[in-house]
Design a protein around this ligand. Sequence first.
Ligand SMILES: Nc1ncnc2c1ncn2[C@@H]1O[C@H](COP(=O)(O)OP(=O)(O)O)[C@@H](O)[C@H]1O
Ligand SMILES: [Mg+2]
Length: 237
Amino acid sequence: MLYCKSSIMNPIVLESVQLSRALDGPNGRKSLLSDISFRLERGQVLVVLGPSGAGKSTLLRLLNRLDEPTGGQVLLDGRNYLEIDPRELRRRVGMVMQRAYLFPGTAAMNIGYGPAQHGMALTDAQIGELLEQVGMQGYADRNVATLSGGEAQRISIARALANGPEVLLLDEPTSALDDASKQGVERLLATIVRERHATCVWVTHDVAQAARVADLVLRVEAGAAVALGTPQELLHA
Ligand SMILES: Nc1ncnc2c1ncn2[C@@H]1O[C@H](COP(=O)(O)OP(=O)(O)O)[C@@H](O)[C@H]1O
Ligand SMILES: [Mg+2]
């Protein structure tokens, strides 16, 4: 018997429906993002491509409610995310940014912070496992101020994974790194997505990276979606 990618086996985890954000400014209402729609099945990677200022970070911030939509909606596992407690939402929808905003302290303290907020202290063994997953075994007691950019980014990835997220939002996660650590961190993220079947929205301006990691590509320009399709359709035209 053949198994195919059916919607029953791969339910829609994240859906954005005409998601929009506009702000009132001195010169009237300004649209930052308008009518962004997509559906992602479990394990799919949506790459968001677009020039600087297009609204890519705004989109990610809307997807975990760091910013509030002014129109449209987001469904997480079929449920309107406004009905989900924001703290639970941010546990289920993890974010990794361009620069690792680690707080002063050890790698272990940074990784354990999220679960501790939810009353679940991680054991040393669990922290060791997370460190191993990001290629940082033995770094539990390292002061994060002494880490390189690539190492710090790995710790911020472990910190996101510590919450057991269903969705990962990656905001240009490799663009602040030097070439050597860039490749390593990209490979690490691709492995994590594959092994955990994580559903992922990955912002990049690197078209070659998009081609390597995307299942779907969304092109955004001036706050609007200009194309949504497969990498074959959109990256080799
Ligand atoms: N809080 C805000 N107030 C006003 N304008 C904002 C705010 N946040 C972002 N913007 C504007 O929204 C646009 C999109 O920004 P952003 O999402 O950061 O773009 P990208 O990540 O694609 O470079 C930019 O023009 C930016 O100046
Ligand atoms: Mg950005």
